[in-house]
Design a protein around this ligand. Sequence first.
Ligand SMILES: [Ca+2]
Ligand SMILES: [Ca+2]
Length: 296
Amino acid sequence: MVGKLTAVMMALGAAPLVMWCFGSAKPLAVGATTPGVLDDTDGDFLPDVVEWAVTTNSNSPDTDSDGIPDFVEVVQHGSPRCTDYPIALDHEVRVVVTAPSVGAADQTAWLHLLVRFATAAPQVDALDVWFETPWAPGVRLPLGSLFAGGVFSQRVTPEDGLWVLASAPLVDAALLQTLLPFGIYAEAVVGGEHLETGVCLLDVQGTTACIVPFGPRSQGRYAFQSIAPPVTMAAATNKVCVLDLQEVGSGPGGVVYEIVDADCEDANELECGVSCSQSVGWILTVPGGQAALRGN
Ligand SMILES: [Ca+2]
Ligand SMILES: [Ca+2]
């Protein structure tokens, strides 16, 4: 089991840290970070900042109380806020980008790679993570080396496979905002299975937001979500901006979508900006299209 963590680290170019892991059969964390940055209040293996960015509840390990842990629903692009059809035990990977709350002393944005292994010892044949912007289509800036300064942890579960979380500091959140819009994507070959995932970030009237799957998978809907939690939860609006995307074409930068509907819908402890409805008509280019946003 431990070999999978080291395999992930090696595939990401974090080989210097590999030796830290050998010989341990217990869940472990490698690396160090500013205290509090990766706090996990409910102990579900998703840091609080990640839970905000993917719209799960950081005070509940199973946001929709359907018996499927938040980590599984998130890594497999499920619907953690509404009961949906069962999620098969499978290899999967997901990329999440987070930023600290406004005013926090450390304003570093973080990149997180969530991996679920369905079996104890699948072969990891490839794992790549890269930055890509619609303005330079097809140009992939590799990010794997960032994880050399990252934090790695793993959890072995009785029924839900082996979970690995790799988190790495990116850049200052303000600098990240100047790069919008862009996406960070990952692809892997695990046990002969090709996996791909991505997160698409854009500026929503001054806020760095990501587009995340939201609601039942059958509906294929998404939500705008800020990558930085509010300073206090009291600042949230209990709603989230839910989008309908319509494919309108494709180009060298990826699949082109138009936002054809956007409404603030109830979602406890989340937020919905006043700009939500104004996003109707926006055109988005997503490398990899919805397959990347939704996972395999
Ligand atoms: Ca958590
Ligand atoms: Ca659940």
